[in-house]
Ligand binder design. Structure first.
Ligand SMILES: Nc1ncnc2c1ncn2[C@@H]1O[C@H](COP(=O)(O)OP(=O)(O)O)[C@@H](O)[C@H]1O
Ligand SMILES: [Mg+2]
Length: 293
C-alpha cells in the first residue's frame, strides 16, 4: 500500500497554511513533529479526507482519494485533535455509535469493543457517562474509536495530549503492535512520543515538511553540536537568552547545561551524544536563530 501526497497545499483566504507537500508513505509508523501552528492538523485533516486541499491531491495506490471517496474513508481510522462526545453518552454508547457509523456488524462490534476497551484500559468504565471521564480517559476512548474497524490507515492528531507518563508508554506499545502491515501517522510536539516507534519522522514548520528521516539519520545531523557546560544559576539566567539550551540539571548548586551549538560554546564545554530532542531544538530553534545572526 502506498499513500502519496502530490504538491498538496491549503490556503485560508490568502494565508498559505500548507505549501506544496509531496511525501510518500507506506506501512509503518510515521511521526509528524512540529511546533504549534506548523500545519500538522491541516495536513492530517486532508489526509483523513475531512478537508479538501486548495491544490494538489493524495493518491492511495495511485487513485485520488477524493475520487474513491467512501472506499478510501472506510480504510481510515481518525482521531481528531479536538474530540467531542454527546455528554449523556456512556463510553460504550459512543463506541457502539461510532461502530454503527462505520457499518460494522453487531457481533463484531461487541467483540471489538471488549477487546479495545481492554487494550486502552477502559474495560471498567464503559458504562459511565463520557462527561465524567478525565482528559486521559477521553483521549483513550478516542483512540479506541479510531481503531474500531481495524483501519489500514490510522491517523492520530496529538493522541497523547492529556495522557500521563504510564498511559503514554502503553499507547506507544499499542501503536507499535498495531502498525504491522498498516500505516499509522501521528502528530505530536513531544519528541519522545515518536522517537522509538516511528520508522520515519517528518519535521514540519510553516506549512512545509523540512525533513523526513529516520531517528538515526536525525541524530547524525546534530552529532557534533551538543555540549555540556557547568555554570551558576545566575550565569544561566543571563546565558539562556542567547543560546539554545536543551536541558539543565541542577546538582549541588551548579547547573549542568546542555547546549546546542555548532561551535564549542565554552573552553571547558564537553561534547556529548545527541538525542532526537536535541535535533528538534537544533532544527526549530538553533538553525533559524543562526540564520538571523
Ligand atoms: N479554519 C481556519 N481558518 C484560518 N486559519 C486556520 C484555520 N485552521 C488553521 N488555521 C491556521 O493554520 C495554521 C496551521 O494550523 P494547524 O494545522 O492547526 O497547525 P498545528 O496542528 O501544527 O498546530 C495556523 O496558523 C492556524 O492558525
Ligand atoms: Mg494541531
Amino acid at each position: 500500500m502506498e499513500l502519496k501526497f502530490e504538491q498538496v497545499s491549503k490556503n485560508y483566504k490568502d494565508k498559505k497554511v500548507l505549501k506544496d507537500i509531496s511525501v510518500k508513505m507506506s506501512t509503518g509508523v510515521y511521526g509528524l513533529l512540529g511546533p504549534n501552528g506548523a500545519g500538522k492538523t491541516t495536513m492530517i485533516k486532508i489526509m483523513a479526507d475531512v478537508l479538501r486541499p486548495t491544490n494538489g491531491r493524495i493518491l492511495y495506490d495511485g487513485q485520488d482519494i477524493h475520487i474513491i471517496g467512501n472506499e478510501y474513508r472506510a480504510k481510515v481510522g481518525y482521531l481528531p485533535q479536538e474530540i467531542s462526545f454527546y455528554s449523556n453518552f456512556t463510553g460504550g454508547d459512543y463506541l457502539k455509535y461510532s461502530a454503527a457509523l462505520k457499518g460494522m456488524g453487531k457481533l463484531y462490534t461487541k467483540n471489538r469493543i471488549e477487546e479495545l476497551a481492554y487494550h486502552v484500559g477502559l474495560q471498567d468504565d464503559l458504562k459511565r457517562q463520557c462527561h465524567t471521564y478525565s482528559g486521559g480517559m477521553k483521549r483513550r476512548l478516542g483512540i479506541a474509536q479510531a481503531l474500531l474497524d481495524n483501519p489500514e490507515i490510522l491517523i492520530l492528531d496529538e493522541p497523547t495530549a492529556g495522557l500521563d507518563p504510564l498511559e503514554r508508554v502503553k499507547f506507544r506499545n499499542i501503536i507499535s503492535a498495531y502498525s504491522k502491515d498498516r500505516l499509522v501517522l501521528l502528530s505530536t510536539h513531544i519528541v519522545s512520543d515518536v522517537e522509538h516507534i516511528a520508522s520515519k519522522i517528518m519535521m514540519m514548520e510553516y506549512g512545509v515538511i523540512r525533513y523526513m528521516n529516520t531517528s538515526e539519520e536525525y541524530i547524525k545531523m546534530a552529532q557534533n553540536c551538543v555540549w555540556l557546560a557547568k555554570m551558576s544559576a545566575e550565569e544561566l539566567v543571563e546565558y539562556q537568552n542567547n543560546a539554545v539550551i536543551s536541558n539543565v540539571i541542577a546538582k549541588d548548586g551548579v547547573m549542568e547545561v546542555r547546549v546546542i551549538d555548532e561551535e564549542k560554546p565554552f573552553a571547558d564545554a564537553v561534547q556529548t551524544a545527541s538525542t532526537l530532542e536535541d535535533v528538534y531544538l537544533y532544527i526549530f530553534d538553533y538553525l533559524p536563530e543562526k540564520a538571523r545572526r
